[in-house]
Design a protein around this ligand. Structure first.
Ligand code: IPT
Length: 989
């Protein structure tokens, strides 16, 4: 029977009980002197000063322990600031309390001395949004970040400067200081210590493993430390050791005597096929490195693999697409590996990536393609995947049970199943026992866990893990044990709520201490119970949501016991508010919850039709969902439940792409093209690590200020009569190519060879393209003058993971030679025009169409000729296609839309995709594996007109495409966040 709202309120009104999350009002003092109480409330820019400390167990914020359960996302991989809020809401809802972010120097700095934090680069806005979403922030501004971005984050212009990067070289440090000054000026405005933001940790450098024992390395790190502190960053600092080697542990370099404010952190990307490693303090197999290097600081994993990046396709690289990363590092991987970390005492945990996003434009490092989905828990299209389920369960668990922030290793236990490894921990403060039971075999097994006088049988599926807790407080009740994993406890109104989770179909036993026999009512689902010897045992098979009301004889301490299978657990959304905790059940997402007087104001998403049910503090009687009042009734579960289900998302109709127009390019290949405005290649020296041949001019694009995308060369010469061939040496990143013309006639295309899998990591990506000139060929019959036109798709700069300046490897032409002649060639060079002030330096390369604004909305293509797809012509060079399309997505619907290109995979061509002038990535038809490109809302106008431009580069050996180009719906929800259009300027006239 459902009670009316009025009756419910009356009942609720009889009990005046504490509303705080966690319930227990008695604060115990921990062995280390830190009170174990509820974790500090939701962080925000609250204008108050805060203390951010740590001890060997955990971070301590305002005197309370907190486990940082963090997800990595990169604002620069989501070029639509409105959508940052969407991702941050999702992190918060799914149990993360922290977001970790790199800041990529190249994204903000088109030239020395020039730093841009506007528009899609608005770091200030990102940090504000993170604070509004209630997340702590770990800021990681490099200067080097790696991250599979161009030059590992170093700006293109740094490749043309002297001094060895990532050392104490003064020239390099001058540039570094300029960057840190710019980024720290923003960061200091968002420090949690000041109450103006939520930054609680700050990382210096990234996986700096190569000059650790040298003075230059130690001086560099000491310099960074001094600089960061001098800029006013007062939160704890750390570095992420690449291995678990103790590199940069406290005391290993000069931190100006501030030993206590430096943390040791490390990274780990264990293979899903290995046994989860013991990188913390408590591994039963002994020390495997990691946290043991720094016993006085809390276990800190700055990056733990949540997926893995995918390389380009083709036999050598073998990129298979991100479904594969998500399959091998699935939800069970997360339970096995991340619970092992917790069992090892890791208290600062960051999952790299949690939302991978898109390496749009020329952002990706050469080894990876446009999508940086990473197989992460939240996919590139912002859609939740099954991998969020364990994150949600563990994240909320850590925030609900402060016992887990301070654990010591306890006596090893034998669980009678050799395939199960058992970790046994105890809270020195509350005496609660925690077991992590991990099954490394492929078959299901049962652990027999000895607990105070009895043995509890805990099933652990093959290649999976679970956490078993005993003796933890559920408010006024104490848990003896549960074979289901605890996720949450809270006090809402007059009742305590405790939630346990597991896989569908599992038989569970939950035992509660109860000196007297309690009253038990099964409110929903099926469960049995028995009371004996002061213990209530509830047995239930997990299936959706099972609800059991337990009340002691006085009726004073009602407990709502919830048992949820995985699917049901991600329809339960706890949220702390200043007026007490709220639990929402039903919708696909809870974004925000605010209590105003008697009203619970909620925002969130639905995908299918959904129930809406709310547990809230006493006195709350009204519910508003996404701005509209919802009629509710009180339930026997102590909640308010909507009388009608919330509607699901409406249909989204996508138009077919039609009306294409095309225009052929590359006038630069014509003999008579006027290149007089191009830069003469007249430099003789370069800071590049690629040698410049003696006596030849420097031809690397970077030395002439062209740092991203394609570059053209035109070389004039005389006196080559009789030459049998011409050879062009060039350097690119992976998947680079060169195409050449002599006096306007195509000589051919050369693709940068991909070495076999064994040597690919050492490859220098330098090759020589030799084009035969038929003897007596018409063009070279005369002395000249002749013109060689060369287009190099130079791809991006290498990363500098080993700190050996590998980002300075040349890009573009190296030299030219003729067989049977030795003319001297006078070169001119042209790359990208001045960087787009809105879209940034990484948006464009130097194709003619890009220099002329063919990619921009508002460009006049009326005189372009209509060109229906599929195209199937054979031509060496560049052809552009443009069309427009109109969307009318309902404003209350968050539709995630992509562009999918498909063709016969033997066709040798590639496409740069421009949406409203924004470079959304590169499709390589005969390499793959990516076919669908996410078009983020904001860049995409979901209510109105859009301009799509495709720049197709084909090598002329096969017919070129594209064959089909269509819009694809990647997800939809009713709700979402308000989206502001990202600026999309057209051509300057
Ligand atoms: C580690 C880097 O710190 C990070 O930036 C990213 O490149 C990541 O790996 C891989 O995606 S580097 C480590 C795996 C050697």
């Amino acid at each position: 029977m459902e009670l009316s709202r009025r009756t419910f309120s009356a009942i609720a009104g009889t009990a005046a009980l504490g509303l705080s999350l966690g319930g227990s009002s008695a604060m115990c003092v921990a062995a280390a002197g830190v009170p174990t109480g509820p974790p500090p409330g939701t962080p925000g820019a609250d204008g108050r000063t805060h203390r951010v400390d740590f001890d060997r167990y955990s971070m301590i914020v305002d005197g309370r322990r907190v486990v940082l359960w963090s997800g990595e996302m990169h604002p620069f991989r989501l070029p639509s600031p409105s959508l940052w809020r969407d991702v941050l809401h999702k992190l918060r809802a799914y149990g993360y309390n922290t977001v970790s972010v790199y800041v990529s120097w190249n994204y903000h700095s088109p030239a020395p001395g020039s730093y841009d934090f506007t528009g899609v680069r608005d770091l200030d806005l990102f940090l504000r949004t993170a604070a509004e979403a209630g997340l702590y922030v770990t800021l990681r501004p490099g200067p080097y970040i790696n991250a599979e971005v161009d030059a590992g984050g170093f700006p293109g212009w740094l490749t043309a400067t002297g001094g060895t990067a990532r050392t104490a070289d003064p020239t390099y440090l001058r540039h570094v200081d300029e960057w840190l000054t710019a980024v720290n000026r923003i960061a200091v405005r968002h420090l949690y210590t000041r109450g103006t933001g939520t930054i609680v940790l700050y990382q210096m450098e990234n996986e700096y493993a190569n000059h650790v024992t040298e003075a230059t390395g130690r001086d560099y790190m000491a310099h960074l430390y001094r600089k960061v502190r001098a800029d006013g960053i007062d939160v704890p600092l750390f570095h992420n050791d690449k291995g678990r080697n103790g590199d940069w542990a406290p005391g290993t370099f000069d931190t100006g005597g501030e030993r206590g404010r430096w943390l040791y952190g490390f990274d780990g990307y264990p293979s899903p096929f290995q046994t989860p490693p013991d990188w913390g303090y408590f591994g039963p197999g002994g020390i495997e490195g990691g946290s043991t290097a720094s016993p006085e600081t809390p276990g800190l994993i700055a990056e733990f693999g949540g997926g893995w990046f995918d390389p380009w396709g083709g036999a050598e690289f073998g990129g298979k697409g991100y479904a594969e990363s998500r399959r091998t590092r699935d939800a069970a991987y997360e339970r096995r590996f991340y619970l092992t970390n917790l069992a090892n005492g890791i208290k600062i945990h960051n999952v790299y990536m949690t939302f991978g996003g898109t390496s749009w434009g020329w952002l990706p490092a050469p080894a990876v393609y446009t999508s940086y989905d990473y197989g992460a828990a939240l996919d590139e299209a912002r859609q939740p995947t099954a991998k969020l389920v364990p994150m949600h369960q563990i994240g909320h668990l850590l925030q609900s049970f402060p016992d887990l922030a301070e654990l010591d290793r306890a006596a090893d236990v034998s669980v009678g199943a050799p395939e199960i490894r058992a970790y046994h921990l105890v809270s020195p403060d509350t005496g609660a026992h925690v077991y992590v039971l991990r099954n490394d075999s492929p078959t299901d097994a049962v652990a027999a866990v000895p607990l105070a006088g009895t043995t509890v049988q805990v099933p652990v599926p093959g290649r999976d893990a679970r956490l078993l807790a005993a003796g933890i407080s559920l408010g006024r009740w104490t848990l003896r044990h549960s074979t289901a994993q605890p996720m949450l406890r809270m006090t809402a109104g007059r009742q305590d709520i405790a939630l346990f989770t597991g896989r569908t179909g599992e038989e569970t036993e939950t035992a509660l201490e109860s000196p007297n026999e309690p009253a038990v009512t099964v409110l929903e689902g099926t469960a049995d119970w028995a009371y004996e010897g002061g213990v209530l045992r509830v047995r239930a098979r997990l299936d959706g949501l099972t609800r059991i009301a337990v009340t002691d004889k006085t009726g004073a301490a009602p407990l709502l016991l919830l048992l949820a299978d995985d699917a049901a657990s991600v329809r339960l959304w706890p949220r702390a508010t200043p007026s007490g905790p709220v639990l929402v059940h039903g919708p696909a997402l809870l974004r925000t919850a605010a209590l105003r007087g008697a009203t619970a104001e909620l925002t969130g998403d639905t995908v299918e039709e959904a129930d809406l049910e709310v547990w809230a503090p006493r006195g709350v009687s009204e519910v508003v969902w996404n701005g509209a009042g919802v009629r509710t009734r009180g339930t026997r579960s102590g909640s308010l439940r909507a009388e009608r289900r919330l509607p699901g998302a409406g249909a989204v109709r996508l138009p077919a792409l039609a009306g294409w127009r095309r225009k052929d390019e590359n006038p630069e290949s014509a003999a008579g093209f006027d290149d007089s405005a191009w830069r003469t290649a007249d430099l003789n020296t370069s800071f590049s690590t690629t040698p410049v041949p003696a006596g030849a001019p420097v031809l690397f694009a970077d030395d002439y200020g062209f740092h991203y995308g394609d570059v053209w060369y035109r070389g004039r010469f005389e006196g080559a009569t009789g030459a049998g061939s011409v050879s062009l040496s060039y350097v690119t990143g992976t998947q680079g190519l060169l195409m050449a013309w002599l006096d306007g006639r195509p000589l051919g295309t050369h693709r940068m060879p991909v070495p076999d899998t064994r040597t690919v990591r050492q490859a220098t990506w330098k090759a020589t393209a030799t084009f035969p000139l038929a003897p007596g060929s018409r063009s070279l019959r005369e002395n000249g003058p002749h013109v060689l036109s060369v287009l190099v798709r130079r791809m991006q700069h290498d990363q500098d993971g080993r700190a050996n300046d590998s980002h300075k490897a040349g890009r573009g032409l190296v030299s030219v030679a003729f067989d049977g002649a030795s003319p001297s060639v006078r070169w001119r060079i042209q790359g990208a025009a001045a960087p787009d002030p809105v879209r940034g330096p990484l948006n464009n390369g130097g194709l003619y169409g890009e220099r002329e604004g063919w990619h921009l909305p508002g460009f006049h293509d009326h005189d372009w000729r209509p060109a229906p797809l599929p195209n199937a012509e054979r031509r060496q060079g560049v052809v552009w296609y443009r069309t427009g399309f109109r969307l009318s997505v309902d404003p209350a619907t968050d539709a995630s839309i992509g562009l999918t290109l498909r063709d016969d995979p033997s066709r040798a061509y590639r496409v740069q995709i421009f949406l409203n002038g924004w470079n959304m990535g590169q499709y390589i038809n005969d390499v793959g594996p990516q076919h669908t490109f996410v078009l983020p809302n904001g860049i995409l106008n979901t209510r109105g007109d859009n301009t799509l431009a495709l720049a197709v580069l084909s090598d002329g050996t096969t017919p070129s495409g594209p064959a089909t180009a269509e819009l694809t719906l990647l997800g939809r929800a009713s709700g979402g966040v308000p989206v502001t259009r990202v600026d999309y300027p057209g051509p300057v006239r």
